[in-house]
Write a protein that binds this ligand. Structure first.
Ligand code: AMP
Ligand code: ZN
Length: 504
């Protein structure tokens, strides 16, 4: 959507820096620069990780909806992220390579591809660029050299950032939390509990699969350094919005900010004190966790649920997207089989509603929604829905308020069907549910464990229909029970005629 297609409500976004919702305006008029902390590719992304990217995609789509151009970077962390928040210990990538007896490069390539396929399945718009950490090591060394004289000290294990050298370390986390840092394994010789490695030297006599020469000896960059360097290289500091999961608000992002401040001071020749308030990005936005009954979903806990496992269970990936959109990104969201099953049913109803409209449509105008055209020409019954939808997503991406408006639009009676589809396409542009192209059959994924094909189910249901027509209820019940035994739940009386589903 272009700039002239301006929509009325002002865009307001929650900024973790001020812990308040603020009016948003990009630094450069009409163009927003966004950096999202990307996945560490040592394992498959779990559904919690993917919530972070559904959130950034909703942000990106909302910015586009508001007529803004977006440059969006997501990084791929293929080095530097340790198995805990500690500065000592294994790199997650090295550990995975050892466990699977593969090279780190193979591990990284495999899980990067898997992540990108998840992104595509969730209809997340691919970033303008995926920046890969190992492509930026020379820039990381140059960055570290610049800040080292005033902000770093060397220990046997690496080059450390002295968090006492920046004026407001930890402000993003709500203040310096030494107790939290003290819980992290201590490294002998660190000046402050919250100091962190920006370069980790390879232990003497040990060769890592991934190591580079540096002024501090052979080794690998620290994880926090990567994001400061890649965001600076691709977007320049300050850029508009930095995103990540809420766990990053506590350590990773405060450390990035400290590095950004140090770099800013070094480059601008400013006294360190003058960098207070400089963070490298104007907005820092964080999605809350996806949790399950055991707590926050995490890769290291094991037993996590991936998008692949959902697909294997016969759940369409966009049902997971819809589940995410049904909760505000700053609220915790509990994942359960029932919850994602309900989201799938909701998606089916949406798709079937749109399918019915498409069957009645005469024109094809709905294929390219033009918001300005819509605003000028919408039927009086539809116009308020457009305004309310715009107000909802402009209010810090309130998708739970936007979704019922989509459902209302589909259900509205006595309005021209083409106009309705045009409005639905516009809503879907922001929500990314692919409603105009999905059909009922697409949503019926075959579960990996299914003992029966959709064709067999349909044939059984036809047989049951005839039994009921001839009032042979015993046979009808027998067929229903036999289907249930094979994992098929028959839903009698569904007004939208979604008459069966595979039980989870
Ligand atoms: P990682 O691959 O561990 O670096 O994480 C990728 C993204 O997922 C980061 O933005 C994390 O903050 C985010 N994340 C991790 N766990 C969860 C969770 N359970 N719910 C939501 N976001 C998460
Ligand atoms: Zn990051």
């Amino acid at each position: 959507m272009s700039e002239d297609q301006h929509i009325a409500a002002p865009l307001r976004l929650f900024n973790s820096v001020t812990r308040s919702t603020e009016s948003f305006a990009p630094i450069e008029q009409g163009h927003v620069r966004v950096y999202s902390c990307g996945p560490t590719v040592y394992n498959y992304a779990h559904l919690g990780n993917l919530r972070a990217y559904v959130f950034t995609d909703t942000l990106r789509r909302t910015l586009l909806w508001k007529g803004l151009a977006v440059t969006h970077i997501i990084n791929i962390t293929d080095v530097g992220h340790l198995t805990s928040d500690a500065d000592a210990g294994d790199d997650k990538m090295e550990a995975a390579a050892r466990a699977q007896a593969k090279s780190i490069w193979d591990i990284a390539a495999h899980y990067t591809d898997a992540f990108k396929s998840n992104v595509a399945a969730l209809n997340i718009i691919a970033p303008s660029e995926w920046t890969v950490a190992t492509d930026y090591v020379p820039q990381m060394i140059a960055f570290a050299e610049k800040i080292a004289p005033h902000h770093c000290y060397e220990l046997e294990t690496g080059l450390y950032f002295d968090s006492g050298t920046v004026p407001d370390y930890g402000a993003l986390a709500g203040g310096r939390d030494d107790a939290a840092h003290a819980r992290i394994d201590p490294v002998a010789g660190k000046r402050n509990a919250s100091d962190f490695a920006i370069w980790r030297k390879s232990p003497p006599g040990e060769q890592r699969q991934m190591e580079w020469d540096s002024p501090w000896g052979k080794g690998a960059p620290g994880w926090h350094l990567e994001c400061s360097v890649m965001s600076q290289a691709r977007l320049g500091h300050p850029f508009d919005i930095h995103t990540g999961g809420i766990d990053h608000r506590e350590i990773h992002h405060p450390n990035e900010i400290a590095q950004n401040q140090a770099f800013h001071a070094a480059c601008c020749g400013e006294p360190d004190a003058a960098t207070a308030g400089f963070t490298g990005a104007r907005w820092w936005m964080h999605n809350n966790f996806l949790v399950d009954r055991q707590g926050k979903m995490s890769k290291s806990k094991g037993g996590f649920t991936t998008l692949f496992s959902l697909i294997d269970a016969g759940i369409h990936p966009l049902a997971y997207r819809l589940l995410c959109l049904g909760a505000h990104y700053r609220s915790e969201l509990e994942f359960s089989a029932e919850g994602v099953g309900a989201a799938l049913t909701r998606l089916k109803r949406l798709v079937m509603g749109v399918e019915a409209l498409k069957a009645r449509a005469e024109g094809v105008t709905w294929q390219s929604p033009r918001l300005d055209f819509l605003r000028a020409n919408l039927h009086p019954k539809l116009a308020p829905l457009l305004e309310q939808f715009d107000a909802a997503i402009s209010d810090d991406l309130m998708t739970p308020r936007a979704l019922p408006l989509l459902e209302e639009a589909i259900a509205l009676k006595k309005v021209p069907v083409d106009e309705k589809l045009c409005l639905i396409a516009a809503f879907d542009f922001a929500l990314g549910l692919n409603l105009l192209t999905l059909n009922r059959a697409d949503l019926r994924l075959q579960s990996k464990d299914a003992q029966i094909t959709p064709e067999e189910i349909e044939a059984e249901l036809d047989r049951r229909q005839s039994a009921r027509a001839s009032k042979d209820f015993a046979l009808s019940d027998e067929i229903r029970d036999a289907l249930a035994a094979r994992g098929v739940e028959v839903m009698d009386g569904d007004p939208l005629r979604w008459d069966w589903r595979l039980s989870l």
